[in-house]
Design a binder for this molecule. Structure first.
Ligand code: GDP
Ligand code: MN
Length: 417
């Protein structure tokens, strides 16, 4: 089975759910809490605030756009491609001027869409004298069910590129959950990075902090790129990217508060609030399915038939009419959707409830794209009757493969055999 988001090695819808992101300045506040050294910084929302912050910090400062995406240093403003998202400036006036050029504009990086993300706040930080730039990441390795450190001497740059071109420069250290992170783990990772003496001890302590933070906050990724050694011999996290497991968020109200809804996909937020399991994808076929396994199988069927799904959507076992209506609206709001497939195998769910939800939503928002429906299970005859009598142009399908072929044909205009 394909992993449609290529987020994890083993694709399961629950691990595939979009992780919750926070801003760099928030991640650094968490770092501080866990004893991980970061530069002094102040957040600013206006050029004046940026000037004041630079004045307060004193000397050379770094001004950094805060958006939920990496690659800001190399990214460019949509409105002015010569402006990048990170700049080292020498005076408070320059800090204010750079802030003015960023704020309100859209920063495009390799991790944002082509539209970029609007910069609403910036971080003004004390500048560091970088001697060495390293990379450190903490992830959950699903193959071994262990928290894994991924480190490299090639920090500061695109780590994906390093992984592709010089994989031998990336080291992995997995932590046995039975022992947890021990001092020797930290020493081993520091040694792998070529660090010695005081620097190695400082780094080992920092790694222990990263591990504690990762497990305590139910993070799904903690990435420090670059992790630097300064000319003064200090070890510091110059950048911080942290994402959290969305399914563990309920036990971290303090992290929930850090969410920036503006930065999230509104369709995913809406679905989440309606109790639906939804992941936005790039294809053209909207899917409304009950059950995670059936949803995965449906997506594979669509792929096999030569199409591509625009979303993963599981309305769940006990879906209500209101939830189905909401789900349908979310699918229809995606301009890429060229056809919709409703694939229901009703056990606990009831076909008539699903059918009423589909009809209600289609009437409310208007159905401008072809709709293929395959219903099976509890109250199937009643469900089919509701759809047939609705007056909507619905293509019924016999089984899942028939449904996939019909919806791909409808979306692409090609006949699918
Ligand atoms: P990203 O591009 O979104 O990953 O943003 P980073 O926080 O990693 O910053 C991009 C680059 O700016 C870093 O790789 C550094 O080379 C540079 N940079 C960031 N902070 C400083 C600093 O304090 N001093 C210097 N000299 N360069 C910095
Ligand atoms: Mn970075």
């Amino acid at each position: 089975m394909d992993c449609y988001k290529r987020r994890t090695s083993t694709c399961f819808p629950f691990s595939c759910e979009t992780p919750v992101k926070i801003h760099e300045f928030q991640a650094k506040a968490l770092f501080r809490k866990y004893g991980i050294p970061v530069p002094r910084g102040i957040i600013a929302k206006t050029p004046d605030e940026a000037r004041d912050a630079a004045l307060k910090i004193g000397g050379t400062v770094v001004v950094k756009a805060q958006i939920h995406a990496g690659g800001r240093g190399k990214g460019s403003l949509r409105e002015n491609p010569s402006v990048h998202g990170v700049k080292v400036v020498k005076t408070p006036e320059d800090a204010a001027a750079f802030a003015a050029s960023l704020l309100g504009n859209h920063l495009i990086t390799h991790q944002t869409g082509p539209e970029g993300q609007q910069v609403k706040q910036i971080l003004v930080e004390e500048a560091s004298n970088i001697a060495t730039e390293l990379y450190a990441g903490v992830v959950l390795d699903r193959d071994t069910s262990r928290v894994a450190f991924i480190v490299s001497t090639e920090g500061g740059m695109d780590i994906e590129k390093v992984a592709e071109e010089t994989p031998e420069l990336i080291m992995t250290e997995r932590i046995d959950p039975a022992t947890g992170m021990k001092p020797y783990h930290g020493r081993k990772i520091a040694k792998a990075l070529g660090l010695e003496g005081q620097t190695a001890s400082q780094a080992a302590k920092l790694f222990a902090g990263l591990y504690t933070m990762f497990t305590a906050t139910d993070a799904s990724l903690v990435e420090v790129n670059p992790l630097v050694i300064t000319a003064e011999g200090e070890v510091k996290a110059l950048d911080a990217k942290v994402t959290f497991d969305a399914n563990a968020l309920f036990r971290h109200p303090e992290i929930q508060e850090l969410r920036d809804i503006d930065e999230e996909d509104p369709k995913e937020t809406e679905a989440h609030d309606a109790g639906l399991s939804y992941v936005a994808l790039e294809g053209s076929i909207g899917c409304l399915v009950n059950g995670a396994g059936l949803a995965m199988a449906t997506m594979d069927s669509i792929k096999n038939a030569g199409g591509s799904p625009s979303n993963f959507l599981d309305v769940g076992g006990g879906a209500t009419e209101a939830q189905v209506t909401q789900a349908f609206k979310i699918i229809l709001a995606d301009p890429n959707v060229k056809a919709i497939l409703v694939n229901i195998f009703a056990g606990i769910a009831k076909c008539d409830v699903i059918a009423n939800g589909v009809v209600g939503a289609a009437r409310e928002v208007g159905l401008a794209v072809p709709l293929v429906v395959r219903l099976e299970g509890t109250n199937v005859d009643l469900g089919k009757k509701i759809l047939a009598e609705s007056g909507l142009a619905i293509t019924p399908a016999g089984d899942m493969h028939d449904a996939a072929k019909k919806v791909v044909a409808a979306a692409t205009g090609r006949s699918v055999s």
